[in-house]
Design a protein around this ligand. Structure first.
Ligand code: HEM
Ligand SMILES: [Cu+2]
Length: 593
């Protein structure tokens, strides 16, 4: 923590001699075009841009649109479940059940493949990964743009699915139902196939960028933890996604050519599909959560004004999660004819994967301990993340325990578990990152007060929606049913009410951010006093981010940043003064590893 007196000394120092402030060169924003650009030239300059920040912004718009669409389908599910009897989605039980199957499938598939997987890496990662490396762009800018257009193509397939006969298999496409239903399975699987390539392109790009473009002085263990998280994610993206792609091709072959690989009548096995699917999809849940953890590892130290605790443990735990995540897929098949020995082994391995997750949570907590915590909106989201992710992770252990899962499998308990990790975890971390980096991305400040109110509504609404589902699950309410017994009604109604509170919170958060684009005060270069390199270029950055290679200090030492009332933000004190203040400090070592 930085002492008050040190802040005074630094402030006085730059007051006497303003040239001691580190000067950040200002330039034209990456969001704008040179004067005289026509409308169509401007459109073209975005569509064919190779600037990682513009691609990130386009991804951001895309994933937000997908989130809205997925959110509408969630609403259909929740409103149907207000009553135990069919009504909203169809008069008869049969009709309601058919429409309900479509609603939850499209909700799940859109949220998973179009929103959560690309959200943090492709939107925030694209914008900030190169900047955190002090670089001008990613290693392969053209591939980056291609990945965005693949995402768009995948999205078009999904929209085509919606416009044709929809999809009712669940986001997991389990056989034998997916090989027999008359809905648009082929369109949707092709969409997921294409989205998979988009994800692989992003991952590959990030692996190469981190390996080859770290600046002088930034060794692996001086990298911001965001980069460790995104790097581990990228490895899973590159290794696991091809398995999904092949599985989906097999599914399409099964439907069109009847090859029989998943059909017992022809010597195949439907459970084989589950193994293939979860061999990708369990690692994929870490594609979803690791970037969330990566954001939180940046946000917590900045707003606690303290060096991150246990840097190496957090860094290695990301890698451990990425590797262990490949070994536990069998916990999704405890109840589908898995051998008892396999089940016991998968259960035990599932427990090991929670260790690195817990390591992170303890380190974040210890970072906050005795810190000077600033409850900015981004920090409020980070705290919400810690609370919700912990509940999500711990309930994963209930499910990982073999005997307990026999009862809880396919109940609302599972639904609650994965929403606590995916929504309470990844989405909330995404919001934390969005608020943390918004001033840098768009060069404007939003209204802190209303942003915090939105965060509170999201938190309350989220718990109201999903906590009752844990109880429903333990009482035996199965998932994927449009109707239920009267005894479940009260808890379902709490949950549906929560959906509307949550929705209000999310709309408010979006409104606060969007209004800031038009009415927000101009953002200073470093509003929060963060030490990572993206804050060493102007807000918003120029096309090439940095005029000169920025000086690479520790990403988590805040001592040399002082709040300057003139700039309404933090300024870094010149390195030569730093050397005066800390004569013993060695110069940064060149990157060797
Ligand atoms: C702390 C570590 C975790 C453990 C021990 C764990 C454990 C489990 C287990 C055993 C199941 C299977 C339950 C069943 O079907 O009966 C499950 C389901 C699920 N988990 Fe986790 N989990 C963890 C973290 C996560 C994370 C981080 C995510 C996503 C970000 C996630 C997403 C899911 C999803 C989507 C399902 C349900 C899939 C479906 O059937 O539709 N889990 N989890
Ligand atoms: Cu799993």
């Amino acid at each position: 923590m930085i002492s008050q007196s040190r802040q005074h000394t630094l402030l006085e120092a730059i007051g006497e001699d303003p040239s001691r402030k580190v000067h950040i060169p200002q330039g034209p924003s990456y969001l704008t075009n040179p004067p005289g650009t026509t409308f169509w030239q401007a459109v073209g300059s975005w569509m064919f841009t190779l600037d990682h920040k513009r691609i990130g912004v386009m991804y951001l718009c895309g994933v937000m649109f997908a989130f809205l669409l997925g959110g509408i389908y969630a609403g259909l599910v929740r409103v149907e479940l207000w009553n135990g009897t069919p009504g909203f989605l169809g008069e008869s039980l049969q009709q309601a059940q058919n429409n309900y199957n479509q609603a939850f499938t499209l909700h799940g598939a859109i949220m998973t493949f179009l929103f959560i997987i690309p959200s943090i890496p492709a939107a925030l990662g694209n914008i900030f990964l190169p900047m955190m490396l002090g670089a001008k762009d990613v290693a392969f800018p053209r591939m980056n743009l291609a990945s965005f257009y693949l995402w768009c193509t995948g999205a078009v397939f999904f929209v085509a699915t919606l416009l044709t006969s929809g999809l009712d298999t669940g986001w997991t496409f389990y056989t034998p139902y997916s090989t027999t239903t008359s809905t648009s399975v082929i369109l949707a699987t092709l969409g997921v196939f294409i989205l998979g390539f988009s994800s692989i392109f992003t991952g590959l790009n990030f692996v190469v960028t981190v390996n080859t473009m770290r600046p002088k002085g930034m060794t692996w263990f001086k990298m911001p933890l965001f980069l460790w998280g995104i790097y581990s994610t990228a490895i899973i993206q590159v290794l696991a996604t091809p398995v999904l792609a092949i599985t989906l091709v097999l599914l399409v072959c099964e439907r069109t050519l009847g090859i029989g690989i998943f059909d017992p009548a022809k010597g195949g096995d439907p459970v084989l599909f589950q193994h293939f699917f979860w061999f990708y999809s369990h690692p994929a849940v870490y594609i979803m959560i690791l970037p969330g953890m990566a954001v939180i590892s940046e946000v917590i130290p900045v707003y606690s004004r303290k060096h991150i605790f246990g840097y190496t443990f957090i860094a290695y735990s990301s890698v451990a999660i990425a590797l262990l995540g490949f070994l536990v897929w069998g916990h999704h098949m405890f109840t589908s004819t898995e051998s008892a020995l396999a089940a016991v082994i998968f259960s035990a391995l599932t427990f090991t994967v929670s260790i690195p997750s817990a390591i992170k949570v303890f380190n974040w907590l210890t970072t906050m301990y005795k810190g000077a915590i600033h409850f900015n909106a981004a920090m409020c989201y980070a705290l919400a993340f810690m609370f919700l992710f912990t509940i999500g992770g711990l309930t994963g252990l209930f499910l990982g325990a073999l005997s307990v899962d026999i009862h809880l499998h396919d109940t609302y308990f599972v639904v609650a578990h994965f929403h606590y990790v995916m929504m309470g975890g990844t989405l909330i971390a995404f919001l934390a990152g969005l608020h943390h980096w918004w001033p840098k991305m768009f060069g404007v400040m939003y209204n802190e007060f209303w942003a915090r109110i939105a965060c509170l509504l999201v938190f309350v609404g989220f718990n109201l929606t999903f906590f009752p589902q844990f109880i429903l699950g333990t009482q035996g309410m199965p998932r994927r049913y449009a109707a239920y017994k009267e005894e479940f009604q009260f808890l379902h109604q709490l949950s549906t009410t929560g959906y509307f509170v949550l929705g209000t919170g999310l709309f408010l958060a979006a409104a606060v951010l969007i209004i800031s684009l038009f009415k927000g005060k101009k953002a200073p270069d470093n509003p929060w006093g963060a030490a990572t390199l993206e804050w060493k270029c102007c807000s918003p950055p120029t096309h090439h981010n940095f005029e000169v290679q920025p000086w690479t200090g520790s990403p988590y030492v805040y001592d040399d940043f002082v709040y300057d009332p003139d700039a309404e933000g933090y300024v870094e004190v010149l390195p030569d003064l730093q050397r005066d203040a800390k004569p013993a400090e060695a110069p940064a070592a060149p990157a060797t590893t």
